[in-house]
Design a protein around this ligand. Structure first.
Ligand code: GRF
Length: 194
């Protein structure tokens, strides 16, 4: 990754498919005077994602890509990343799996957030599985994206204790709150290493 020189901020894209609370927290961080990033582009496979409304309202450039053909979709995304000189990609609830080729092209430049204490509970429906297995703790993880799903190097993790009263819904809410705080911290950690 390019060095942070002087006040040069790292041009960043966030990929979303839905709600966009992590997008919002990254955007808030990006707007801070001393942040290390400039959130320049939001990419989505969903025209009506809530995150897209947020981006439009906040005048962030948006790229919507149809995933009818994955190879074409990734070509369009890569083109848009190039045109916007994007240096860092943050996946935030992006529900498509990036191809090995794409991940290779942007090696060590793609981060993801996952609502569990990886390597436990990769994949979907984490909160249901955590509760079913009567885990004492859960949490969230920001990690580099590698060619294997939810398996890249861990950057930061935050843990919480489960409550007896927790349902998948209440746990999701509590973990999401942690996620929104953790993502900017993980970005800062990654970018202070370069
Ligand atoms: C989060 O729980 C994230 O960990 C997972 O998808 C969800 C996205 O939430 N990968 P939001 O769209 O950022 O609100």
């Amino acid at each position: 990754m390019e060095k942070l020189i002087g006040n040069n901020k790292i041009l960043t894209a966030v990929f979303v498919s839905g709600r966009g609370t992590n997008l919002k927290s990254i955007h808030k961080y990006s707007n801070k005077k001393h942040s290390k990033i400039n959130l320049k582009l939001v990419v989505s496979d969903k025209l009506n994602a809530k995150g897209i409304n947020y981006a439009k309202k906040n005048k962030i450039k948006v790229k919507i890509v149809s995933y009818k053909n994955k190879i074409n979709a990734e070509k369009q995304i890569a083109k848009s990343l190039r045109e916007n000189n994007i240096q860092l990609i943050c996946l935030a609830g992006f529900m498509k799996i990036l191809s090995k080729n794409f991940v290779k092209k942007f090696k060590n430049r793609i981060l993801n957030i996952h609502p569990s204490l990886l390597p436990k509970y990769k994949g979907l429906n984490t909160h249901e599985r955590v509760i079913k297995n009567k885990e004492k703790f859960s949490g969230c993880t920001v990690h580099f994206v590698s060619e294997k799903l939810d398996s890249g190097k861990i950057i930061l993790q935050k843990k919480i204790e489960l409550l007896k009263s927790d349902s998948p819904r209440s746990l999701e809410k509590r973990v999401l709150n942690l996620e929104n705080k953790l993502y900017p911290k993980a970005i800062i950690k990654v970018l202070s290493r370069i």
